[in-house]
Design a protein. Structure first.
Length: 113
């Protein structure tokens, strides 16, 4: 079992920044690659960014250059630094160990003036 708790969401104006955190606990030794997903109302959940156990990262095109995924192994925490936010980034954001069945409850990000 793996428990995931996301935090750091909120309301921010366009152009602003947020840093999301995902605290992992439980059988975390089974976690290799991690991802941040998001789901906007009426849309399917989509992969935003991913990071491997070796530190390689990938981003969807719409967030490249604006979002940065990182980990702190000592704290068992995954981060997503989001800069230059746009209204279309509005969604509930989830962390997810890639290939696993585990999901957190998500944290809501709203980008609006």
């Amino acid at each position: 079992q793996v428990q995931l708790v996301e935090s750091g969401g909120g309301l921010v104006q366009p152009g602003g920044s947020l840093r999301l955190s995902c605290a992992a606990s439980g059988s975390i030794f089974s976690i290799n690659n991690m991802g941040w997903y998001r789901q906007a109302p009426g849309n399917q959940r989509e992969l935003v960014a991913a990071i491997t156990s070796g530190g390689s990262t990938n981003y969807r095109d719409s967030v490249k250059g604006r979002f940065t995924i990182s980990t702190d192994s000592a704290k068992n925490t995954l981060y997503l630094q989001m800069d230059s936010l746009k209204p279309e980034d509005t969604a509930v954001y989830y962390c997810h160990p890639l290939g696993s069945i585990y999901w957190g409850k998500g944290t809501r990000v709203t980008v609006s003036s």
